[in-house]
Design a protein around this ligand. Structure first.
Ligand code: ADQ
Length: 462
C-alpha cells in the first residue's frame, strides 16, 4: 500500500483524546486506522523566522511532522486571509469578509513555505491528501517544485456559488490553483455543482463525465465525499457506565425533565443568536415548557482574534442573559450557556441525556455534531434531531426535523414537535438516521476519497 501523506493547517495530537474541531476529529479518526504521515502547523507562534524547520514525532504507524508559524504568518495567513477572507466568502458572508494585500501575500508565502519544507520529505510513490481552505494553493506550490505525485484536495467547508466567489479580489489565481490537483473532494452535491459551474462558466472548462473536468488543458476529478465520524467509538463512549453517571447528574431531582442541547464552536456561521431567539419563541408560544425545558448551549471560543468572533460572543451573552432574566425563576434557568471545551466522553453523555439535539447553522460544510448526536442516542428511547437545511448534513439526514434557521417560529414549532414526538416515531426516525450515518462514516469517507484518488490519471512524470 502506498504511504499516505495528509497535509492540513493544524495537526492534532493523537496522544491527547481531546482533538477538537471538525477537521481534526475526522482526520484523526481516519488516520488512526491507516497510519502514514501528517504534516502541518503545530500551533506554535514564534517571534523570528530563523528556525521554521519541521519536527517529526512518531505515534505507532503515524508520523507527525509539524512546523511553527511566525507572528506575521499567524496574522496575515491564518487570521487575515484564511479566517477573515476565505471563511466568510465560503459561508456566503460577503458582509463579513475583509481583503488586504498583506493577508493574501501572507497566504501565498505560508503555502510556499509549507511546500518547500514538505517536498524533500516525500517519496515518489506517496499519495498526498491536502485538506481545507487554508491550503488551496499548496498543490500548485508542490507542482512548481517538481512534485509529480497524485495529489488530492478536500474542502471541509461549503463552496459558494460563483456569483459570490467573484467578489473576492483573489479569486482568479485561487481557482487556477485548484486545477493542479488530480482530485478535488466536496461535502455535498451543491458544493460540487458550484465548483463545476465556476470551472465551466468562468474558466471555459468542459465536463468530460459527471465527475471529471478538463480545464486549461488539465484533467481533474471533482466529486462528493461526505465526511463522517468513527461511529462505533462514539457510540461506545455514549453508552459507557461513566456516561450513565453523567446523565444522572444532568437530570438531578427537581431539575427540568427535558434538555435541548446545542454544541458548536462559537462561530457566526453556526446561527447561535438565531437559535436562542427560537428558544425564546418556544417559551412564548408554548408556555407549558416553562420550568420543563432547558436549552444547554455549549459553545467554546475559537478565533477570538478576529473581530466578528468577539462580536458574536457579546451578542450571545446578552441574549442568554435576556432570556434568563425574562423567563427564569429561582428553581429554573432556561438557558445554560457553557463557553468552554468539554471532553468528548462528557459530550457523548450530554448528547445521550438530551431529548432534543438542536443543530441550526446558517451555513455549514457538513456538521459533525448532527452525526454525533444521532450516534450517541439510546436506540430504544432516542432523542430527536432538529437540523438546519443549510448544513451539508441535511442533504443526507432527511429523517431529522429539517428547519430554516432564519425562521424563529418554524424552529420553535419543530422543538415543540420534537418534545411531543411519540416514542415509536422517534425510534423509526433514529434507526433510519443511524443507518445513514453508518453508511458515511469516517472510514468510508477516507476509503472513498483515496480510492478515487488512486483511480485518477497517471501523473505525467510518473
Ligand atoms: P467545524 O466547523 O469545527 O468543522 P463540526 O463539523 O460541527 O464543525 O465539528 C465540530 C467538532 O468539534 C465536533 O466533533 C464537536 O464534537 C467538537 N466540539 C464542538 N464543541 C465542542 C466542545 N465544547 N468541546 C469539545 N468538542 C467540541 C469543519 C466544517 C464543518 C465540517 C467539519 C468536518 O466547518 O462543516 O463538518 O469541518 O469536515
Amino acid at each position: 500500500m502506498k504511504r499516505l501523506v495528509v497535509v492540513s493547517n493544524r495537526v492534532a495530537d493523537p496522544g491527547c483524546s481531546q482533538a477538537f474541531g471538525g477537521l481534526a476529529v475526522c482526520i484523526l479518526d481516519a488516520l488512526r486506522k491507516r497510519g502514514g504521515m501528517w504534516f502541518g502547523w503545530n500551533g506554535d507562534i514564534v517571534g523570528d523566522e530563523s528556525d521554521l524547520s519541521a519536527t517529526s514525532v512518531k505515534f505507532d504507524d503515524l508520523t507527525l511532522a509539524t512546523v511553527p508559524l511566525t507572528e506575521r504568518d499567524y496574522r496575515e495567513y491564518y487570521l487575515g486571509f484564511a479566517n477573515a477572507a476565505l471563511w466568510p466568502v465560503h459561508h456566503y458572508r460577503l458582509d463579513l469578509a475583509r481583503f488586504t494585500p498583506e493577508a493574501s501575500d501572507g497566504y501565498r508565502r505560508v503555502n510556499d513555505r509549507f511546500a518547500q519544507t514538505l517536498a524533500p520529505m516525500l517519496k515518489p510513490s506517496d499519495l498526498l491528501w491536502v485538506h481545507d481552505y487554508h491550503l488551496i494553493p499548496l498543490g500548485a506550490s508542490l507542482r512548481a517544485r517538481g512534485v509529480a505525485n497524485r495529489i488530492g484536495f478536500f474542502l471541509h467547508i461549503p463552496f459558494p456559488p460563483p456569483e459570490v466567489l467573484v467578489a473576492m479580489p483573489e479569486h482568479e489565481w485561487l481557482m487556477k490553483a485548484f486545477i493542479e490537483y488530480d482530485l478535488v473532494g466536496f461535502q455535498t452535491k451543491t458544493d460540487q455543482a458550484n465548483f463545476c459551474r465556476f470551472m465551466c462558466d468562468f474558466m471555459q472548462g468542459e465536463t468530460i463525465s459527471p465527475d471529471v473536468l478538463r480545464v486549461e488543458g488539465k484533467t481533474l476529478s471533482a466529486a462528493v465525499f461526505p465526511v463522517g465520524i468513527d461511529v462505533d467509538a462514539f457510540a461506545a463512549m455514549a453508552a459507557s457506565p461513566g456516561a450513565a453517571k453523567r446523565i444522572q447528574r444532568l437530570h438531578r431531582a427537581g431539575e427540568p425533565r427535558i434538555n435541548v442541547i446545542g454544541v458548536d464552536r462559537l462561530d457566526y456561521t453556526k446561527g447561535l443568536p438565531d437559535r436562542l431567539r427560537s428558544f425564546k419563541r418556544l417559551l412564548e408560544m408554548y408556555p407549558k415548557n416553562c420550568k420543563a425545558v432547558t436549552l444547554m448551549q455549549i459553545a467554546p471560543p475559537t478565533r477570538e482574534d478576529v473581530r466578528a468572533y468577539a462580536d458574536i460572543r457579546h451578542e450571545l451573552e446578552a441574549l442568554s442573559g435576556e432570556i434568563n432574566g425574562q423567563f427564569g425563576d429561582f428553581d429554573w434557568t432556561p438557558v445554560r450557556y457553557i463557553h468552554r471545551r468539554v471532553d468528548r466522553d462528557t459530550l457523548a453523555a450530554l448528547y445521550r441525556g438530551s431529548q432534543v439535539g438542536l443543530v441550526t447553522p446558517l451555513r455549514d460544510g457538513m456538521n459533525l455534531v448532527a452525526k454525533e448526536y444521532i450516534v450517541a442516542q439510546d436506540p430504544e428511547n432516542p432523542g430527536v434531531l432538529i437540523l438546519s437545511r443549510f448544513a451539508g448534513a441535511a442533504e443526507d439526514l432527511q429523517e431529522a426535523l429539517i428547519v430554516n434557521p432564519y425562521d424563529a417560529d418554524e424552529v420553535a414549532h419543530a422543538m415543540q414537535k420534537a418534545i411531543m414526538m411519540p416514542r415509536a416515531e422517534r425510534i423509526e426516525r433514529h434507526a433510519a438516521l443511524l443507518a445513514r450515518v453508518r453508511k458515511h462514516d469516517a472510514y468510508n469517507w477516507m476509503g472513498g476519497f483515496l480510492r478515487a484518488l488512486s483511480a485518477c490519471r497517471i501523473p505525467l512524470a510518473a
